[in-house]
Design a protein around this ligand. Structure first.
Ligand code: C5P
Length: 409
């Protein structure tokens, strides 16, 4: 497997054809390679596979309707078309090819295809006579000229009983073509360096004991992976966590806040800093050289705490300040107003704020796979819907890309 595939994301458009059943296997193969898949199911596609099977395999809602308020709230169709690293159409029908070649956008799939700023890979599937018809030939030629990539169709017996080119490429062939086009992709953040902190810090009391918190590091790791996926040269400074390191980032493992700050400063200059670590604000003023013992009837030992450096504030005010500094605010109350105050106090450009109070059902975002956040900037705040930490990472990276493209910073 290409290491570059892990952590990437694909928008899969499933057109209406008998080959749509193979798209389910394609999703499974992509997910097994840690590729995030969002799917648009066309109306005709929905006649061959159910939205439920697609949603169950992708692990995300299926987008079906251009005018669906629910879909637009989940993610607007323009953003949907751009949030992925690659758009894959499988099966690509004569209808979808013709619409894109002619610039027609009259449903969600054709609109997303016109609106995307990403490469499009099509896996055509249709009756051999249709494939060979002058009109589909024209569409294929126009699309190829416009830079659309193709995999297949293959020769073989077709569901309709005829023989010839028109069978959709096999899922493994499509995966190989996806790998190839992702590897060839430059990435919107190419040439930029990103620095990400993640996980807790551990502040030692003695050789075996420490003060720490419940941070899992999942959100920070997902952000590092998404930044690297967008082409940024990414360094992840991580406290002790149990997550497999992303393959295409430079991982620096640290234990204490002071080590984390030193590792970050050594990596400057950088263009983007995303400080998602749950850094311990305090540390014991001294570390005992041997384990602190229970000592008969004596009083319990007193622990004096001293303040740790604030890494986010230090980078925000550093002479080599990254152009975009993003902090996190894990709050249990007044989430947005506390985050607004934190943004100016620490000198960050943006704050991602979330509510970390334990829900009624006992769930907590700390350690969980989902997150509901607010993006707080100089101009206001926006609430993002509850979504997976991977989706939060991709959406944040999308905002970072827009910010750099608009050259506002
Ligand atoms: O703990 P607090 O709510 O102040 O954390 C807000 C932000 O500041 C987070 O982005 C966190 O990574 C960062 N932080 C830091 N160094 C600290 C404390 C917090 O970088 N010592």
């Amino acid at each position: 497997m290409e290491p570059g595939m892990r952590g990437k994301s694909v928008l899969l458009i499933i057109g209406g054809g008998i080959a749509a059943y193979k798209s389910l296997e394609l999703i499974r193969l992509l997910r097994a390679r840690e590729v995030t898949v969002r799917a648009i199911l066309t109306k005709a596609g929905g006649e061959f596979v159910t939205p439920l099977s697609v949603a169950a395999l992708t692990g995300t809602p299926v987008y079906q309707d251009l005018f669906s308020l629910t879909d637009e709230v989940q993610m607007g169709h323009i953003e949907l078309s751009r949030a992925a690293d690659l758009v894959v159409v499988a099966p690509a029908t004569a209808d979808l090819m013709g619409k894109l070649a002619a610039g027609i956008a009259n449903d969600l799939a054709s609109t997303a295809l016109l609106a995307t700023d990403k490469k499009i890979l099509m896996a055509p599937a249709m009756n051999v006579r249709m494939w060979e018809s002058p009109s589909v030939r024209r569409s294929a030629e126009t699309l190829a000229k416009d830079g659309v990539l193709f995999v297949g169709p293959n020769d073989g017996e077709m569901a309709c009983g005829e023989f010839g080119p028109g069978r959709m490429a096999e899922p493994l062939e499509i995966v190989a073509a996806i790998e190839k086009s992702l590897a060839a992709r430059g990435g919107a953040l190419k040439g930029l360096k990103a620095l990400v902190t993640a996980g807790p810090t551990q502040e030692p009391l003695d050789p075996v004991r420490f003060l720490a918190n419940r941070s899992s590091g999942k959100q920070g790791y997902a952000i590092a992976r998404a930044l690297a996926g967008a082409g940024a040269d990414t360094v992840l400074v991580s406290g002790p966590v149990e997550i497999a390191p992303p393959s295409d980032v430079k991982l620096l493992k640290v234990t204490t806040a002071r080590e984390m700050l030193a590792a970050c400063e050594a990596e400057l200059p950088a263009d983007i800093a995303v400080m998602s670590a749950a850094v311990a604000d305090w540390r014991p003023d001294r570390m005992a050289n041997s384990t602190i013992k229970k000592d008969g009837e004596k009083k319990s030992p007193a622990i004096t705490l001293v303040e740790n450096p604030d890494i986010l504030a230090a980078l925000s005010r550093h002479k080599n300040r990254p152009r975009l500094v993003i902090g996190f605010a894990a709050e249990t109350d007044n989430v947005v107003s506390n985050a607004v105050a934190k943004r100016s106090r620490k000198g960050a450009d943006w704050i991602i704020a979330n509510d970390v109070s334990t829900k009624e059902n006992g769930e907590s975002v700390m350690g969980g796979d989902r997150n509901q956040v607010h993006l707080v900037t100089a101009t206001g705040s926006e609430r993002w819907p509850d979504m997976s930490k991977t989706d939060v990472a991709h959406r944040l990276v999308q905002h970072i890309i827009q910010q750099f493209q608009s050259e506002k910073i």
